[in-house]
Design a binder for this molecule. Structure first.
Ligand SMILES: Cc1ncc(COP(=O)(O)O)c(C=O)c1O
Length: 340
């Protein structure tokens, strides 16, 4: 019987509305003959909605402790992480600079969905081409130097807040999940698979670490929405190792614990196929729950596609981690409208 690992949480600023509810999807469960629950991390806030705020609680505590006045981060044009960072920064009286990726910085995307919210929060946006974005560490450095020269005190948050420190956010979410599952009627260790989307790897890193730290015995399964399984095994493995070296001084996660369901990137990152959008529409009409097209929609589509092939493939209980991203749906409004 695995024993919980002793540890101490780093300090955090309270930003997220937690614990988030664990809700049973009754009709979806009936459809596939397995228990399907959604962990509603889309309820962590309105402006701050989604998974990123759990990581930001730890990251921004450190930033505040260091006395910074500006945070710099990066992401795709419709990045949920950047939007959450822009608002979290304002909650704490900080400025935010966002390096956003777009095909042509001369003609940036129109201010809709997350981009509109970034501007609304007063964030400074710097548009980078995909090639420049590959060199984002250099751009981070230049921005930080520029801000320092202007008398500001900047702090860099890597893509997605996916660092060892940020991973604490999902370690703590596993503690919540353990409590959630204890509240279910038939709590006696029903084999449970937790399914989540992978974008930059920090959420999955926290989940696999938390699973060991709390001896939780969930099957943690990530669905990559870009790149591939090998790439994310490395990325998540690096965050996990960094976390173990920094905070635990012991190895608790084996590479086999980092399980990834590949094959559902579809047309590519942030590009939707009609069948993915149809799955989002059908869930909204079946259960009254909205997913986003970039992350949760793809992970959900992966989950139901596998269940259609074999309803027992994830065991008798599934917890789908709803990591938010709702605003992203408004950036595909035209595509979605065609399916309604
Ligand atoms: C809504 C949403 N879900 C899931 C993810 C994936 O999380 P992570 O970047 O920690 O892998 C992201 C960000 O990438 C996101 O914005």
């Amino acid at each position: 019987m695995p024993q919980p690992i002793s540890f101490q949480y780093p300090e955090r600023v309270r930003l997220a509305q937690t614990p988030t509810p664990l809700e049973k999807m009754e009709r979806l469960s009936d459809k596939f003959g397995v228990e399907i629950y959604f962990k509603r991390d889309d309820f962590t806030g309105i402006e701050l909605s989604g998974n990123k705020v759990r990581k930001l609680e730890f990251i921004l505590h450190r930033a505040l402790h260091m006395g910074v006045d500006t945070v710099i981060t990066c992401g795709g044009a419709q990045s949920n992480h950047c939007r959450a960072t822009a608002f979290a920064a304002k909650r704490l009286g900080l400025k935010a600079v966002l390096l956003l990726r777009t095909s042509d910085p001369e003609q940036p995307p129109s201010p809709e969905a997350n981009i509109l919210l970034d501007y609304l929060a007063g964030a400074t946006i710097i548009w980078l081409t995909p090639e420049q974005y590959q060199q984002r560490d250099q751009y981070f450095k230049w921005q930080a130097e520029k801000l320092l020269a202007e008398g500001a005190c900047p702090y860099i948050i890597p893509e997605g807040g996916s660092t060892a420190l940020g991973a604490w956010g999902y370690v703590s979410a596993v503690e919540e999940l353990v409590n959630d599952v204890e509240q279910l009627d038939d709590a006696d260790s029903v084999p449970t698979t937790v399914i989540s989307a992978i974008g930059s790897g920090g959420t999955s890193a926290g989940l696999v670490l938390g699973n060991k730290i709390f001896a939780a015995d969930f099957r943690m399964l990530g669905v990559n929405v870009c790149d591939d399984k090998e790439y994310f095994q490395k990325v998540i493995g690096t965050i996990v190792n960094d976390f173990q070296d920094t905070y635990l001084k012991q190895q608790i996660v084996a590479s086999a614990d980092i399980e990834i369901l590949d094959g559902y990137v579809g047309r590519g990152y942030a590009m939707s196929q009609p069948k993915e959008l149809e799955a989002i529409r059908d869930l909204a009409q079946l259960e009254g729950v909205v997913l986003d097209p970039v992350y949760t929609g793809k992970a959900y589509y992966a989950m139901i596609s596998e269940l259609e092939k074999n309803p027992k493939c994830f065991g008798s209980r599934i917890i789908f981690l709803h990591t938010g991203g709702l605003f992203g749906l408004f950036s595909v409004a035209d595509q979605m409208a065609e399916l309604l």
